[in-house]
Ligand binder design. Structure first.
Ligand code: SF4
Length: 585
């Protein structure tokens, strides 16, 4: 008999509604949930392939501990005792600040809430963070700074189609997040003016009224200087009903988004409320993890500081994240590998599992209950569609057992009790204890705060950088970047559709002709920090004066940009656009 379990897709921050179909405890497919406010009965190709990772053969099937250079499988009792002993050892020798805890946008709100309490109350550590420190934290910090926190819901996907004008920052906002893309097209068909800001494409789709060739970092500068921005584009952006869409993971540094929000509010003389804002993410529960305070307070270390500082941490507990793949530079990777103790609790056998001292198997999201908060600030229930394998244990059970063994037992609350506590302690989440509202199809939309904070400081945009060098080098997020979402990597069709990009530089066809370069010929690229030699791939879609490389080639970026730039507001590390020279060999 086929069972259809209503739940949400957990491949991205949109949180479309779907049924997971199963027979005899095995996933056999998915179908979209008609009437869901985000998907409206549709799924993107990732959503349609979601059931595949539920059948992955790369699951962690037993607890295991490091034994010399390899691993041996052990009982849960032994793995938890070993972990508790190592935690106690670190606490006794170096104190609570020697341990860091990593929560995850691939965990439910309830589990992130438990993890935050475990870190603070059981370990007494303030070092709590997530891999989104490097992809998402800057956007959420900027929104928290521009609006009073909690900013709740800043806009909804269905309302986007009613906006008279929309600014889309980065073409992947419409391409990779199809419910948003379809609302942008619906808005265009209703007569809305849609403006694209993207420095890395030379051509725009037909539904864009204008194309601004700027990155998010360059956009506030260009708007402030009004350089080559046409009057009618300025007019579009000054509309009171403007919609703003961007990929939160790509916002660097936080001050660029704060500047943009300040400029847009000045352009349109917004007094009462700000237009629809949708910070999209490739991670399904970025908003929820942030709201559950998976981030350090002022005294704690963020993830970058945990791994970069000499007096950083000695041990780390990582939950549901392949942290190695998210670290932006090799020195941080090496530091993680050299820690005295690494615990990984996860679902799949990842790179990070291979460097751990202890590995604990977790159930998949489709085998778990709980809630997640999507990019609109909509809290929705995730329902268990499949029975978890016998050897997995929930985060709730792991933390409860570990806290007892460490000597500070945590209350072993089930999900609805945690939601009651969340409704009391998490700003903006008062309504999540209303189970019938959570069970309804739209879920609970957090109360919105769209008024700019009275105390918000909008940094003036720095003036344009020197244009003396020949080319601008930009590291771009490609489809392969989605493979940092382990669930996508474990879905065979998506792993093929989102392939590893070759280590080649994309250059405009016009620049290639001027430099007499043909496909595959090698060039030397020089920046202030260093140089690399790479083959080129001429491409009509790349703007003149620009060379692009997929952002996952970290060692190339390390050589050209050194350690990258640190966002002073968030501690995030990123690779800014670089001025470089290009020479044919
Ligand atoms: S848009 Fe996101 S949430 Fe919706 S089906 Fe696609 S991957 Fe899933």
């Amino acid at each position: 008999m086929i069972k259809n379990t209503p739940t949400i897709c957990s491949f991205c921050s949109n949180g479309c509604g779907m049924f997971v179909r199963s027979r005899g405890g095995e996933a056999i497919g998915v179908i979209p949930l008609t009437g869901h406010p985000v998907g409206e009965g549709r799924l993107c190709h990732r959503g349609w392939n979601r059931y595949q990772n539920l059948r992955s053969v790369n699951r962690i099937d037993r607890p295991r501990i490091r034994d010399g250079s390899g691993f041996k499988e052990v009982s849960w009792e032994k793995a938890l005792q070993k972990t508790a002993d190592r935690i106690r050892g670190l606490l006794d020798r170096y104190g609570p600040e020697s341990i860091g805890v990593i929560g995850s946008p691939w965990l439910t709100n309830e589990d992130n809430f438990r993890l935050s309490r475990f870190c603070i109350h059981v370990l007494s550590s303030k070092n709590l963070d997530g891999s989104f420190r490097f992809a998402g934290a800057s956007a959420l910090t900027a929104l928290g700074s521009a609006f009073s926190y909690p900013f709740g819901s800043l806009g909804t996907i269905p309302r986007l189609k009613e906006c008279p004008s929309i600014l889309v920052v980065g073409g992947d906002s419409h391409r990779d997040f199809s419910p948003v893309g379809s609302r942008i097209i619906q808005a265009f068909l209703r007569g809305s003016k849609v403006v694209l800001a993207d420095a890395t494409v030379a051509r725009k789709e037909h539904f864009y009224a204008a194309h601004l060739p700027y990155t998010l970092q360059q956009l506030p500068i260009a708007l402030a200087e009004k350089s080559d921005i046409l009057d009618d584009v300025q007019q579009c952006l000054s509309h009171k009903g403007l919609g703003l869409v961007f990929v939160a993971d790509q916002v660097h540094p936080a001050s660029s988004l704060i500047s943009l929000l300040g400029l847009l509010s000045r352009l349109s003389n917004l007094e009462d409320s700000f237009p629809e804002i949708l910070p999209l993410s490739r991670a399904p529960n970025l908003r929820g993890a942030w709201d559950m305070e998976i981030r350090p307070d002022e005294e704690g270390l963020n993830l970058h500081e945990m791994l970069e500082r000499d007096d950083g941490i000695k041990g780390i507990l990582i939950f549901a994240d392949d942290l190695l793949t998210h670290l932006p530079s090799e020195p941080l990777v090496e530091r993680l590998k050299s820690l005295e103790f690494v615990l990984v609790a996860d679902r799949f056998n990842t790179e990070t599992c291979r460097i751990a001292h202890c590995v604990l198997p977790l159930p998949l999201l489709a085998e778990s209950e709980g809630t997640m908060t999507n990019c609109e600030g909509r809290v929705q229930k995730l329902r268990s569609a499949l029975p978890p394998p016998a050897e997995t244990r929930s985060v709730q059970k792991i933390l409860s057992d570990l806290s007892q063994k460490v000597g500070s037992p945590l209350p072993d609350h089930v999900d609805f009790e945690v939601r009651k506590e969340m409704s009391r302690c998490v700003p903006g989440y008062q309504q999540v204890s209303d189970e019938s509202a959570l069970d309804s199809l739209p879920g609970v939309l957090l109360p919105g705060e769209k008024q700019l904070s009275a105390g918000a400081v909008f940094p003036e945009s720095a003036s344009s950088s020197s244009k003396s060098e020949t080319f601008t080098f930009v590291a771009i997020d490609t489809l392969y970047g989605w493979n940092r979402n382990q669930m996508i990597l474990e879905s065979p069709v998506l792993a093929i559709e989102y392939p590893l990009d070759p280590m080649t530089l994309c250059i405009s066809a016009a620049d290639a002709r001027a430099l007499k370069l043909r496909m595959g010929e090698t060039v030397t690229v020089r920046s202030k920090e260093g140089e690399v030699r790479l083959p080129v791939q001429p491409n009509e879609d790349v703007p003149v004066g620009m060379i692009l490389l997929a952002s996952h080639w970290k060692d190339v970026l390390d050589r050209l940009a050194g350690k990258g730039s640190v966002d002073t507001l968030t501690g995030s590390v990123y690779y800014p656009a670089l001025s470089v020279t290009v020479e044919k060999i």
